[in-house]
Write a protein that binds this ligand. Structure first.
Ligand code: BGP
Length: 475
């Protein structure tokens, strides 16, 4: 495998799943604070009408403490450096900077925290890659304004990014706007910060919210370029190549239409600066009308991204008529079971070749640099008596995916980096579990809240270190 020189190897996280310190340093509450831990989370995420209230009698709220990066960031960054990370993907919690989201002045303590994190990263020669919005809308913006359904969030977001770019202009070169923006129609709660009024209104509300985020993202791109010359600002998609279940042309067409709506709709707006024409029919057939203000389309056109980043966990297999039994248990974004694939303990289908397909499809369509900013295996780990953790299954998963990236580079794709998801164990986004572990670094913390939070190196830690030092040659 030949990876380009200066390839950005690293790991990825998000503030709400990592930091803890939820009521420290002047931070205000955000979406993740009111999401319970355990399998109930997925149910709440998928249904309409969630009230954003906590019920501490019934549920636990693991994101409050997460893995306490807020106090332990120095130790964690030293471990990333030991593995040889070139880049560390993290997000900024909006409610640390603007505790409610609609204030005029930012919270200095929150800004100072990220100064310390960035300084620590630079001390170790690690480049920060910062997601501006990763599933952590301030709770006040959700409750008072209805999240991204409300146009006002565009202005609040503009104020937020202006503060970030001015403050960190000498420390952060790589930025991403909205995490997995295209997941919105499946889980508006996560990215758009609202629970659909009803199942019937979900699509209309989500596409309106997405329009607001497209405008906000384009404003952020323009501001980043003005305030931080030489900065690189990208979009962030969930990419799931969509296969037809078989060669039946009806299924092929169904998979094509469904797949492009999911994979390309947001990318086209971010990258080409235009709404794709295929969306018109979808909108017509689903009675969706997007309200726009004058100048929105120009703003979108002027604020196209420098590169495309995406998460890759699974492919999708589609057919026109499917029965509920055919639907894969872990296929959160739809699709039927693929008979050629095995799945993880959470039912997520494992398909390394799908990553090569994804990279080729994205590069063929956009010819922009690509970065894989999430990929990894959520698995149960076992600590042996001597303290070792032999996560060969994780090594195998990552090896196969890195090989697929190597193949894509051979295919001619311009891939600039790879940050595997959850490089240190953290709280799962979809299930709020600690036991769904992704890390090279084990964190002693459990679903029942017990644990010392102590960190230790898994077998994959040493393996990844070798991958990075050999620039992908030793797999
Ligand atoms: C992505 C999110 C991450 C992350 C990852 C793994 O959708 O951007 O925040 O958590 O998926 O998912 P999970 O934590 O549910 O296993």
């Amino acid at each position: 495998m030949k990876f380009p020189e200066n390839f950005l190897w690293g790991g990825a996280t998000a503030a709400n799943q990592l930091e803890g310190g939820y009521n420290e340093g002047g931070r205000g509450p955000n979406l993740a604070d009111v999401l319970p831990g355990g399998k109930v989370r997925m149910k709440l995420l998928s249904q309409s009408g969630f009230d954003f209230e906590m019920d501490t009698e019934k549920y636990t709220y693991p994101n409050h403490e997460a893995i306490d990066f807020y106090h332990r960031y120095k130790e964690d960054i030293a471990l990333f450096a030991e593995m040889g990370f070139k880049v560390f993907r993290m997000s900024i919690a909006w409610s640390r900077i603007f505790p409610k989201g609609d204030e005029l002045e930012p919270n200095e303590e929150g800004l100072a925290f990220y100064d310390r994190v960035f300084d620590e990263l630079h001390k170790h020669g690690i480049e920060p890659l910062v997601t501006i919005a990763h599933y952590e809308t301030p709770l006040h913006l959700i409750k008072e304004y209805g999240g991204w359904k409300n146009r006002k969030l565009v202005d609040f977001f503009e104020r937020y990014v202006t503060v970030l770019f001015n403050r960190y202009k000498d420390k952060v070169k790589y930025w991403l706007t909205f995490n997995e923006i295209n997941g919105a129609t499946h889980f508006p709660l996560f990215g758009l910060g609202f629970s659909a009024t009803s199942d019937e209104t979900r699509l209309q509300e989500s596409f309106q919210g997405l329009h607001h985020q497209f405008v906000a993202s384009a404003i952020a791109v323009k501001l980043a370029h003005q305030i931080i010359p030489g900065s690189q600002i990208g979009c962030m998609l969930i990419y799931a190549p969509t296969y037809s279940y078989d060669a039946n042309p009806e299924n092929v067409m169904y998979a094509l239409a469904d797949g492009r709506m999911f994979n390309f709709y947001c990318g086209d707006v971010h990258v080409r600066g235009e709404y794709p024409t295929f969306a018109n029919r979808f909108f017509k057939e689903n009675d969706i009308v997007i309200e726009m203000q004058e100048g929105d389309l120009e703003t979108i056109k002027e604020g196209t991204v420098d590169f495309i980043s995406f998460s890759y966990y699974m492919s999708r297999t589609e057919k026109k008529n499917k029965t509920p039994e055919e639907i894969g248990e872990g296929n959160l974004i739809g699709g039927v079971k693929n008979p050629f694939l095995k799945a993880s303990d959470w039912g997520w289908e494992i398909d390394p070749t799908g990553l090569r397909v994804a990279l080729n499809e994205l590069y063929d369509r956009y010819q922009k640099p690509l970065m894989v900013v999430e990929n990894g295996l959520g698995a149960y780990d076992k600590v042996e008596e001597d303290g070792s953790i032999n996560d060969d299954y994780r090594i195998e998963y990552l090896r196969d995916h890195i090989k697929a990236m190597g193949e894509a580079i051979e295919d001619g794709v311009d891939l600039i980096g790879y940050t595997s998801w959850g490089c240190i164990d953290l709280v799962s986004a979809s299930s709020g579990e600690y036991s769904k572990r992704y890390g090279f670094i084990y964190v002693d913390k459990h679903d029942d809240g017990s644990g010392t939070l102590e960190r230790s190196r898994k077998k994959s830690f040493y393996w990844y270190k070798d991958v990075i030092s050999s620039n992908g040659e030793n797999l």
